[in-house]
Design a protein around this ligand. Structure first.
Ligand code: PRP
Ligand code: ZN
Length: 298
């Protein structure tokens, strides 16, 4: 009988690629790359990875060729609007929001142009690779702005005389600065997401998908989580746990030779900053140790 494999689409080369592979490997997936490098096979789990252009990922999911896709929310939203305009069906679901690939889709204006905000674009033209998201946004603002689709190097459109403004992805902002553009309204805050097909899977495939999504959730939680140990006055335990957001009830261990002081151990679900440690110290805590958590299963 043919083994049932689950196909996962991810970006071939780009800012999501390394983070996506790292996340899957943290979930225990061991892969070997095929000769053509466009596909990788899971050795210990029935997942195969397809390396594709990010813009193609939603279609691969929608057409049922892949079951899961790792893609920017920006691409997912743009295609979602497109698919919905073709049929009433819900094309795909967002299964998880990931902690990488953060960027925003924003308007940007040439610095020498007399444009302060989107309302100054009335009757003018904006270039973007996300025409559907941008058109929806403009409609919501009740403005009349022409949207022209540009694939790649959108930031060149104003200097080429193709548009008055752009609406593009911004991460560090260095591309904008290099082209003398100033960021305006933010249309969408984006990060990498996992999308899944709405088609029914066999029970065993669904179990593998659920297991992978659960492990991903565990990896994301663990990245922020810290295990904290300290000595603290017994009567400051409540104040100390209040300082550590997301911490569960601490383990309290008595210390030899004293009733007033105890050792506290706890997991904190958020990153612990220096300010927090200073707060703990002023509540009387000492010997504070913060260690990263390797794995966690709630
Ligand atoms: C985006 C965007 C800009 C650049 C902005 O392209 O189109 O060119 O990144 O980043 P910065 O603010 O850090 O300079 P991306 O590399 O994501 O490629 P793609 O849109 O073609 O997939
Ligand atoms: Zn792209």
């Amino acid at each position: 009988m043919k083994e049932e494999r689950i196909k996962i689409a991810l970006q071939k080369s780009g800012r999501l690629t390394d983070h996506t592979l790292e996340l899957l490997q943290k979930c225990g997936l061991v892969i070997t790359k095929g000769k053509d490098k466009l596909i990788a096979y899971g050795e210990n789990m029935p997942f195969d990875l397809l390396f594709v252009r990010d813009d193609d990922i939603p279609s691969l999911i929608n057409d049922g060729l892949c079951h899961l896709g790792f893609v920017g929310l920006n691409v997912a939203m743009e295609k979602n609007i497109h698919f919905k305009s073709l049929s009433d069906n819900k094309p795909f679901s967002i299964e998880a929001t990931l902690d990488f690939g953060q960027c925003r889709l924003s308007f940007a204006y040439p610095d020498e142009a007399d444009i302060q905000s989107i309302s100054d674009l009335e009757g003018k033209t904006v270039a973007t690779s996300y025409p559907r998201i941008v058109s929806d946004y403009i409609d919501q603002q009740n403005l009349n702005i022409n949207v022209t689709e540009f694939t790649g190097a959108v930031e060149l459109a104003p200097s080429l005389g193709k548009s008055d403004a752009i609406c593009d992805l911004i991460s560090s902002g260095s591309t904008l600065r290099a082209h003398n553009l100033i960021e305006g309204e933010v249309v969408l805050e984006s990060s990498a997401v996992i999308i899944s097909a709405n088609n029914q899977l066999s029970e065993s495939k669904q179990q593998w998908v659920d297991k992978l999504l659960e492990r991903i959730d565990g990896v994301l939680q663990v990245r922020e989580s810290k295990y904290i140990m300290m000595h603290a006055p017994r009567d400051a335990i409540d104040k100390i746990t209040a300082l550590l957001p997301g911490s569960e009830s601490p383990t309290i261990i008595s210390l030899e030779g004293t009733d007033k002081m105890v050792a506290l151990h706890m997991v904190c679900l958020e990153d612990v900053f220096w300010e927090t440690l200073e707060g703990l110290k002023s509540e009387g805590a000492s010997s504070i140790l913060v260690v990263p958590v390797e794995k966690m299963l709630a």
